[in-house]
Design a protein around this ligand. Structure first.
Ligand code: ATP
Ligand code: MG
Length: 575
C-alpha cells in the first residue's frame, strides 16, 4: 500500500494509528471505551485513560462507552460504580446513554466459550490452580544468565472430546462441582514463549455472589477472555489501555479471531506515574485500610474524589492531562506540574480574601476608639468582572505571627520595632512596641501607630515601605480551621523501599498540619462548601464538605509558590 502524501500530522501515535485505520477502511467510525473495574475509586491515572479514550473518540467524531469491567465477584460493589460515574461526570466526560456492564454479557460469553469448545479450542481441566501453574512452567535464567522459557507440560485432561467438554462445562455452570475443582482453559500452546498463551484459564468456579448477578452464576470468566469479547460485543474499534496489557495482546487477538467476532484492536500507551504519590487501587486501598488517610476522598489522595475535595478544579486537571501527552514508554511525571496547572486555573478564577493562620493582636494606638472603616478590596485582579467587596478595618487587628519579629533577620521587610509596613488595602503603620505573656514568653500584642494619609496603601510622602502584610479586623474575624496539606510521601518514588520496609515508611509526617486558630475576614462566611478561594499571601483553599455552621474548615488546595515555573525557566535556559 502506498503511503498517503496527505497524511495529516497527528499529535501522538494513537491518533496516527486510528487515522490510518480509517484511511485504509479497517473501520468506518471510531468507538472506544473506558473500562474501570468497580473495585475502587478512580485516581489521576484513570483520568489519563479517560482523557485518551474520550479524547480520541471525540477527535474522530466517534463515541466512547463507559463499561464496568465487573467479572470478578470478590471485590466489586455498587458503591464503586456510583463513585466512578460521579467522578467521570465531574471531570467533564460524557458517556451519554452508553453505560454498559461486562456482567450483562455473561450469557453471550458463555456461548462464545461453547463455540471454542466445539471448535476444539477449549477444554475443561481438572488440575487445580497450583498444578496449572506448575505445568505451565516459568522463565528461568540459562547458564549465561539470559532468561529463557522452557516448554510447559500438557494437562492430562487436554484431549477431552468437545462433547465431553461441553457436558462438563454445562455442569460447571449448573453448580455440580466444588469451587476450584475444574476450570475451562483455552487450548493454545503449552510451549508458547509467552506464558500467557499457555492454555490460559477462561472460567473458574467461584461460589461468591456478584453485586449484580447475585447467585445466578457460580462460574466467572477471566479478564483475558472477557475483555476482548466485551470490546467486540460493543463494536469497539480501538481498545486503548495501559502498557502492562501489551503482553496480553496476542491473547486478546487470539480470542477475537477464534470466536470470529468484531475485530477490535488493542493499542497500549504508557501509564501515568506521578511523583510523591502512588497510583494503584491496591496501594490506595492499603492506605485507606491502614488508616494512613481518612478515606478514598482524603484531600491528600491522588483520587479524583480526593482532588475535588482538596479544591482542584476539573479544568486544571484536564489541562494537566493535555500537557503530559501520550507516550509509549513509562515515565515519572513531577507532581509539581499538576500543581502548576491547578494554580494557573485558580489564579484566573478564585476570588481573593484575607486570612491569618496563626494570629497575634496588633493594636493601633492612635486610632479613634470604636471607629470602623470599610475599605474596598478587589476580588480578583485577574478578572475585573469578579468586582469588589468591603472589608472592615479598626484599631484592633490580627496579623500573622510570622509577620512580626522582635529582632529581624537580614532582609526582613515586615514588622519589627521601629519599622513600617503597609497593611493590605489599609494604612501604613509603624511598630512602636510589643508585649509578651509573662509566663509563656509568647508575644501577646504588638503596638503600632498609623498614618491617616496612607489609606489604600498610598504613601504620599514617597516613603519607601517595602513590606505589605495581610490582616483581619479582630471584631469581625471569622474563626476557621485551616488544613494545610502537603505531598503524601516524602520520597519521589514511594514504592522504592529498602528491604524490610514498606511504602508506609515513606509517608510524610507533615502531609497535614492543622491550624485551628486561624481567622478570616467576614466575607468568608458567605463562601459555600466546595468553593475555592485564595487567601492572600498564603495559598488557595477550598471550603471542606465537613464544615458546619459553627466551624468553617478550609483545605489548602495548593500554595502560591510555583516551583514548576522555576523548573520550566531553567529547562528553557539549559534544555
Ligand atoms: P490499578 O493499577 O490502579 O488497580 P487498574 O488498571 O486495575 O488500575 P482498572 O479499573 O482496571 O484499574 O482501569 C481502567 C482503565 O484505566 C484501564 O484501561 C487501565 O489501563 C487504565 N489505567 C489504570 N491506571 C492507569 C494509569 N496510572 N495511567 C493510565 N491509565 C491507567
Ligand atoms: Mg485492572
Amino acid at each position: 500500500m502506498s503511503e498517503s502524501i496527505e497524511k495529516p500530522e497527528y499529535l501522538d501515535f494513537i491518533r496516527e494509528a486510528v487515522a490510518e485505520d480509517l484511511r485504509i477502511g479497517r473501520c468506518k467510525e471510531v468507538r472506544t471505551r473506558f473500562p474501570p473495574e468497580p473495585n475502587g475509586w478512580l485516581h489521576i491515572g484513570h483520568a489519563k485513560a479517560l482523557f485518551v479514550d474520550f479524547g480520541v473518540a471525540q477527535d474522530f467524531g466517534g463515541k466512547c462507552n463507559l463499561r464496568m469491567d465487573d467479572t470478578n465477584p470478590e471485590k466489586e460493589d455498587m458503591e464503586y460504580v456510583e463513585a466512578i460515574k460521579r467522578d467521570i461526570k465531574w471531570l467533564g466526560f460524557d458517556w451519554e446513554d452508553r453505560l454498559f456492564f461486562a456482567s450483562d454479557y455473561y450469557e453471550r460469553l458463555f456461548e462464545l466459550a461453547c463455540k471454542l469448545i466445539n471448535k476444539g479450542l477449549a477444554y475443561v481441566d481438572d488440575l487445580d490452580e497450583e498444578q496449572i501453574k506448575e505445568y505451565r512452567g516459568t522463565n528461568v535464567p540459562d547458564k549465561n544468565n539470559i532468561t529463557f522459557t522452557p516448554p510447559g507440560r500438557n494437562s492430562p485432561w487436554r484431549d477431552r472430546s468437545p462433547k465431553e467438554n461441553l457436558d462438563l462445562f454445562e455442569r460447571m455452570r449448573a453448580g455440580e462441582f466444588p469451587d476450584g475443582s475444574k476450570t475451562l482453559r483455552a487450548k493454545i500452546d503449552m510451549a508458547h514463549p509467552n506464558l500467557l498463551m499457555r492454555d490460559p484459564v477462561m472460567y473458574r468456579i467461584r461460589r461468591i455472589p456478584h453485586y449484580r448477578t447475585g447467585t445466578r452464576w457460580c462460574i466467572y470468566p477471566m479478564y483475558d477472555f472477557a475483555h476482548p469479547l466485551s470490546d467486540a460485543i460493543e463494536g469497539i474499534t480501538h481498545s486503548l489501555c495501559s502498557l502492562e496489557y501489551e503482553i496480553h495482546r496476542p491473547l486478546y487477538e487470539w480470542f477475537i479471531q477464534n470466536c470470529e467476532v468484531f475485530p477490535s484492536r488493542q493499542i497500549e500507551f504508557a501509564r501515568l506515574n506521578l511523583s510523591h504519590t502512588v497510583l494503584s487501587k491496591r496501594w490506595l486501598l492499603q492506605l485507606v485500610r491502614g488508616k494512613k488517610v481518612k478515606g478514598w476522598d482524603d484531600p491528600r489522595m491522588p483520587t479524583i474524589a480526593g482532588m475535588r475535595r482538596r479544591g482542584y478544579p476539573a479544568a486544571g486537571i484536564r489541562d494537566f492531562l493535555g500537557r503530559i501527552g501520550i507516550a509509549k514508554t513509562d515515565s515519572l511525571v513531577d507532581i509539581q506540574l499538576l500543581e502548576h496547572c491547578i494554580r494557573e486555573e485558580l489564579n484566573a478564577h478564585a476570588n481573593r480574601y484575607m486570612a491569618v493562620m496563626n494570629p497575634v493582636k496588633l493594636v493601633i494606638e492612635n486610632w479613634h476608639k470604636g471607629k470602623i472603616e470599610w475599605l474596598e478590596a478587589i476580588n480578583n485582579p485577574e478578572d475585573p468582572s469578579a468586582g469588589i467587596r468591603k472589608i472592615p478595618f479598626s484599631g484592633t487587628l490580627y496579623i500573622d505571627r510570622e509577620d512580626f519579629k522582635e529582632t529581624p533577620p537580614p532582609k526582613y521587610y515586615r514588622l519589627y520595632p521601629g519599622n513600617q509596613v503597609r497593611l493590605r488595602y489599609g494604612y501604613v503603620v509603624t511598630c512602636t512596641g510589643f508585649e509578651k505573656d509573662p509566663i509563656s514568653g509568647e508575644i501577646e500584642r504588638i503596638r503600632c501607630v498609623y498614618d491617616p494619609n496612607t489609606r489604600g496603601g498610598d504613601a504620599p510622602d514617597n516613603r519607601k515601605v517595602k513590606g505589605t502584610i495581610q490582616w483581619v479586623c479582630a471584631m469581625h474575624a471569622v474563626p476557621i480551621e485551616a488544613r494545610l496539606y502537603d505531598h503524601l510521601f516524602d520520597a519521589e518514588r514511594p514504592m522504592e523501599v529498602p528491604e524490610g520496609k514498606t511504602f508506609f515508611d515513606n509517608l510524610s509526617d507533615h502531609s497535614l498540619i492543622i491550624e485551628s486558630r486561624a481567622v478570616a475576614e467576614p466575607a468568608i462566611a458567605e463562601i459555600g462548601k466546595g468553593e475555592t478561594v485564595q487567601f492572600e499571601r498564603i495559598g488557595y483553599f477550598c471550603k471542606d464538605l465537613e464544615s458546619t455552621s459553627d466551624l468553617a474548615i478550609f483545605n489548602r488546595t495548593v500554595t502560591l509558590k510555583d516551583t514548576w515555573a522555576k523548573i520550566e525557566k531553567k529547562l528553557q535556559r539549559n534544555p
